[in-house]
Design a protein. Structure first.
Length: 57
């Protein structure tokens, strides 16, 4: 069974906050000596996401 995909729409400010939060989480995990694979995957997806312009009516 396929995993359900979710799409989120973020402004530039929101996207930069998400990226900064993920980087901080990754740094905290590194300090604790834990794996960062899941955070790396999400960070890569956020960084490589396409930008779409939407008109809000």
């Amino acid at each position: 069974m396929r995993e359900k995909k979710y799409h989120i729409y973020l402004t530039d400010d929101e996207q930069s906050r998400v990226i900064q939060s993920l980087i901080n989480l990754k740094n905290n995990l590194i300090v604790q000596g834990r794996y960062t694979d899941a955070v790396d995957e999400v960070l890569l997806k956020v960084l490589s996401a396409r930008k779409n312009k939407l008109k809000i009516k």
